[in-house]
Design a protein around this ligand. Structure first.
Ligand SMILES: NC(=O)c1ccc[n+]([C@@H]2O[C@H](COP(=O)([O-])OP(=O)(O)OC[C@H]3O[C@@H](n4cnc5c(N)ncnc54)[C@H](O)[C@@H]3O)[C@@H](O)[C@H]2O)c1
Length: 344
């Protein structure tokens, strides 16, 4: 590998357009040399705007045969994450795969094993870890000022994928998506609560249902109760039926006070302490904004730097699999009406 990373994009839809491609293009260390989509016009449009003599493919297997490509981003409907990631590793390519990384734990393990066998790297885009407010919240929790975490509550909801991606009808089909709101949004917070607390979820009970989106065969709402291995309790919820502005927040109630993350507009990280009684408003690190409309998290740059060995991956395959394990246990708990132990 040289001083830059030659990247191929597999799946040129909403997340590739809004996050991966502009991030990689502007990070200074990535070259976008190949784009693939079953709708080649989408791949062509990105190649023309961002490519370095980029090739356009309609079949990902052809992209994987392209010798120039060193690493790929897999930004496809969920059920394709596993097979395409495994094929990419076998072709000797590093991979960043979108969340949820797979549709079963067995498939996630096969992806990890395929990368190990090939000597390639595997990352999962659990992008919530990179948000400035979450990085600051982790720093505050790690500092110990709030003391032991006793109770966690995390929620992610918006009005549904139809407002996000024009080609996103697949989100509503079980055969393409495998899950609905649980894995679209819930897996983000499943990963985030692990990331922030450093604790593992041991047991879970849950409900999931399709309450409003009748043209779909996946759930649009999900609520769950978590019991962490050290006895901490919590809730984790996701919804595609939140009207108005989206609902995205995390509360961490601790021995010395409460940390409120993304609850109060303009004050993304607030600690309320009991002794001395005070409120501390923390400034998160500035967002990384290199182009208009940037999410400010530089997920693409972090991926490129990790593949070049310049920094640690922000979410490995093993970590992505643990977030998936929580969602799968929640689904089982909801379907059986029982508490389910999370198997990692
Ligand atoms: N990490 C995040 O914050 C985040 C945010 C949104 C979406 N996502 C994830 O990203 C993935 C893609 O979501 P999206 O919103 O971009 O969906 P999308 O429908 O906008 O894009 C998917 C693209 O894949 C293409 N495609 C489908 N089958 C293909 C195949 N066999 N070969 C090549 N191309 C194919 C489609 O034509 C489409 O352009 C999903 O897994 C989703 O969960 C992650």
């Amino acid at each position: 590998m040289g001083t830059t990373l030659k990247v191929g994009i597999i799946g040129c839809g909403a997340i590739a357009q809004k996050l991966h491609v502009p991030d990689i293009h502007t990070c200074g260390l990535g070259e976008l040399v190949a784009f693939c989509d079953v709708l080649p016009a989408k791949a062509r449009a990105l190649a023309e705007q961002y490519g370095t003599n980029a090739k356009v493919y309609a079949d990902y297997r052809e992209l994987l045969r392209d010798k120039r490509v060193e690493a790929v981003v897999v930004a496809l409907p969920n059920v394709l994450h596993g097979p395409v990631t495994i094929a990419a590793a076998k072709a000797g390519k590093h991979v960043q795969v979108e969340k949820p990384m797979a549709t079963s734990l067995e498939e996630a393990q096969r992806m990890i094993d395929a990368a190990k066998r090939a000597g390639t790297k595997l990352m999962v885009n659990q992008s919530q870890r990179l948000f400035p407010e979450h990085r600051k919240a982790k720093e505050v929790l790690d500092s110990g000022i709030l003391g032991k975490i006793l109770h966690v509550s995390a929620m992610f909801g918006h009005a549904g994928p139809e407002h996000w991606s024009p080609t996103g009808k697949w989100f509503f089909r079980k055969k393409d998506a495998r899950f609905g709101a649980m894995a679209d949004l819930g897996v983000h917070k499943a990963d985030l609560v692990r990331f922030l607390t450093g604790k593992e979820v041991a047991e879970i009970s849950a409900f999931h249902d399709r309450i409003e989106k009748k043209n779909s065969d996946v759930e649009d709402n999900f609520v769950s109760c978590l019991k962490f291995a050290d006895g901490t309790l919590g809730t984790l919820s996701a919804s595609w039926t939140v009207k108005g502005s989206s609902a995205e927040y995390t509360f961490l109630h601790c021995v010395n006070g409460t940390l409120r993350v993304s609850v109060v507009p303009g004050k993304p990280v607030i600690a309320n302490l009991v002794n001395p009684r005070c409120e501390i408003v923390f400034d998160p690190p500035p967002p990384i904004e290199r182009y208009p409309g940037s999410w400010g998290i530089d997920a693409g740059g972090a991926f490129v730097r990790a593949m070049l060995g310049l920094e640690k991956p922000y979410c490995t395959g093993e970590e992505g699999m643990k977030a998936l394990a929580i969602i799968l246990a929640a689904e089982k708990a909801s379907l059986t009406g029982r508490r389910v132990r999370v198997s990692y």
